[in-house]
Design a binder for this molecule. Structure first.
Ligand code: ATP
Length: 398
């Protein structure tokens, strides 16, 4: 593909959105020339060039009008009117009122769960609400229970972190000390009892965090869920709502789910149906799997940015005696990702312990009884207990 980029300027009127998708193996550069604009709740800085990677799906929204310039290899961009942004910002304003009340009454801020089928913009709405809250100096707890396309850590985990600053335009959230639990699969239905147990455990941990920090308690939680909403999936949503004692449920794009939740939730839970944005891009199974691979790659190599190659995984040879590999439930270990558990021993309720991070077994030497472990850190493994995940990572970049 030719790398010759063409430049195009777009003038947006108030309440308009410029949507663009970057083609596979291409990049696009965006610059705000005039006015003010934001991407999923993070403000753009005038004159700064933002680089978007292959397959990014982006919406530049403006409340008052702006001019932006995009440099593309090939161009797929259009300006849209009629976005649901005003509805979303009204939700943010209502949540902010709940936070102010919680501040005055020394009580708990809103606990919001975002639900809906796949590809309705759940993660994007979470990002918008977290960013708007952070711009008002709130510190909301982001709980991501989407084990397939989660954002806190790699797929196959559930995670939570405090969001004190808006996400970076190119790199997403800079999450400090996230709490991550190993699940091991990319669908909650693969081991539903384990998924439920981890949700309950995560809720306990979030409660401990909010009890300790008044700011987090008042700011509340934003809980992202996966698109599994039928049968046991619906049961899982009720379990999440109960465990986190949510008081607001935002249902995106499905009236049936909205009416079921309205019927089944206690009265104090405010169930709200919100329109889906016409810009949300549907992804097929292949794209979802590519996205997961990209998340794992990013975990080891950092986000691709202007050819920055300062992050890379470190191979270390470890003796078989120094590691204990576990698969929950049912072993082929080569090229599989493992979670490094904080558990001190296998008797130590391993599943309820969070994880330090993730490594890959990239080689084994049966003669020397050693394994080569790829880790984002050059340090010695912090624990010998490694839990097998379904995900694999072949390091073709080395
Ligand atoms: P999943 O069920 O897989 O978790 P989801 O419901 O969380 O999906 P998102 O991940 O929020 O959906 O959105 C799907 C894709 O659409 C993302 O790549 C996101 O960047 C893109 N997207 C969301 N809103 C817009 C918009 N207004 N314009 C252009 N792209 C958008």
């Amino acid at each position: 593909m030719s790398e010759e980029k063409k430049e195009e300027e777009y003038r947006l009127e108030k309440d308009q959105e410029l949507r663009f998708e970057v083609e596979a193996r291409a990049t696009a550069t965006l610059e705000l020339l005039d006015g003010m604009a934001e991407i999923f709740g993070t403000e753009l800085t005038k004159g700064k060039k933002y680089l978007f990677e292959s397959c990014s799906k982006v919406a530049v929204y403006t409340w008052h009008g702006c001019v932006v310039k995009i440099s593309f290899v090939t161009e797929v961009a259009y300006i849209a009117d009629g976005t649901p942004m005003t509805v979303y910002v009204n939700v943010h304003a209502a949540l902010e009122q709940m936070r102010q009340k919680a501040d005055e009454e020394r009580s708990r801020g809103p606990r919001v769960m975002v639900v809906g089928p796949t590809d309705v913009g759940k993660s994007t709405l979470c990002r918008l609400l977290l960013n708007y809250a952070a711009r008002l100096d709130r510190a909301s707890v982001y709980v991501d229970l989407d084990v397939g396309q989660g954002e806190v850590s790699i797929p196959g985990t559930i995670g939570a972190a405090v969001v004190e600053r808006p996400a970076e335009i190119e790199e997403g959230y800079s999450l400090n000390a996230p709490l991550v639990f190993h699940y091991g699969h990319t669908s909650p239905s693969s081991n539903y009892p384990l998924f439920k147990m981890l949700v309950s455990r995560m809720a306990e941990c979030v409660n401990k965090k909010t009890e300790k920090s008044k700011k987090c308690n008042v700011s509340g939680c934003i809980i992202n869920t996966g698109g599994w909403i039928k049968g046991a999936g619906y049961d899982s949503l009720k379990h999440i709502a109960g465990s986190f004692e949510v008081d607001v449920i935002l249902v995106l794009g499905q009236e049936r789910l909205y009416s079921e939740l309205k019927r089944d939730m206690p009265d104090f839970v405010n169930v709200i149906l919100l329109p889906k944005s016409g810009g949300v891009v549907e992804r097929n199974q292949h794209q979802r799997s590519d996205f997961r691979d990209q998340r794992v790659r990013e975990y080891f190599y950092g986000p691709k940015k202007n050819g920055d190659d300062s992050f890379f995984p470190h191979p270390t040879e470890v003796s078989y005696n120094d590691i204990k590999l576990y698969k929950i439930g049912g072993t082929n270990i080569l090229h599989h990702v493992f979670s490094v558990s904080t558990a001190k021993s296998i008797e130590d309720a391993v599943l309820e312990c969070n994880v330090y991070g993730h490594v890959v077994i990239s080689g084994i030497d049966p003669d020397k009884l050693t394994a080569t472990v790829l880790s984002p850190s050059p340090e010695k493994l912090p624990s010998s207990i490694l839990l097998l995940m379904d995900m694999q990572f072949m390091d073709i970049d080395m």
